[in-house]
Design a protein around this ligand. Structure first.
Ligand code: 2AM
Length: 170
């Protein structure tokens, strides 16, 4: 099964991110991520065998992470898949430490896929027609977090859907 580890936004922030997705969609086209799918990926694991997935569920359920606040203050894009996102302009040391701790353990358990660069972002659009966000309004949002989630990604007739398999302590 296809798995990733992510932070899910609090409800109020999710709604606000949804408004930004509407705005970006009106300007850039493409496919708007549904509100319930908005998240911050900390580690994309890809295809994982069932037995290993069960181990990951246990590990995540026993994990306690340091609570933090992520400041989102900018728009960005990834050219190739046509992604428009919101995230932070400067590196976030707390998120970097969290991502690094996760990959340290994941790699110790034989999982590969640690990215060469971690760019925390919330994907709002995929396959956008325009990636020009230069005239977009300023963003200044705060994302308080204290738990992460192990999530399964699967597809149905409507595209990618997510199901939370485990939530960390807290
Ligand atoms: P994205 O938001 O930048 O598209 C579930 O698919 C999550 O894992 C998405 O947030 C997606 O990031 C990320 N993801 C999907 N495929 C990936 C890959 N091959 N490498 C890294 N991250 C990936």
């Amino acid at each position: 099964m296809r798995l990733f580890i992510a932070l899910n936004p609090p409800d109020e922030l999710r709604a606000r991110l949804g408004e930004l997705a509407d705005f970006a969609h009106a300007r850039c086209g493409g496919r708007r991520m549904p509100d319930e799918s908005l998240h911050l990926t900390l580690a994309f694991l890809g295809e994982v065998e069932e037995a290993q997935a069960l181990e990951l569920v246990e590990w995540v359920q026993g994990l306690a992470i340091a609570p933090g606040k992520w400041r989102l203050d900018g728009w960005g894009c990834f050219k190739r898949p046509g992604i428009v996102w919101v995230g932070s302009q400067a590196p976030d040391p707390a998120l970097e430490a969290l991502q690094s701790m996760l990959w340290h353990t994941l790699e110790a358990h034989g999982l590969a896929g640690r990215p060469t660069r971690f760019i925390p972002h919330v994907t709002l659009l995929r396959r956008a027609v325009s990636l020009d966000t230069r005239s977009f309004p300023e963003v200044d949002l705060s994302w308080p977090y204290r738990q992460l989630e192990l999530i399964q990604s699967f597809t149905d007739g409507c595209g990618a859907r997510y199901r939370t398999l485990a939530v960390s302590q807290g």
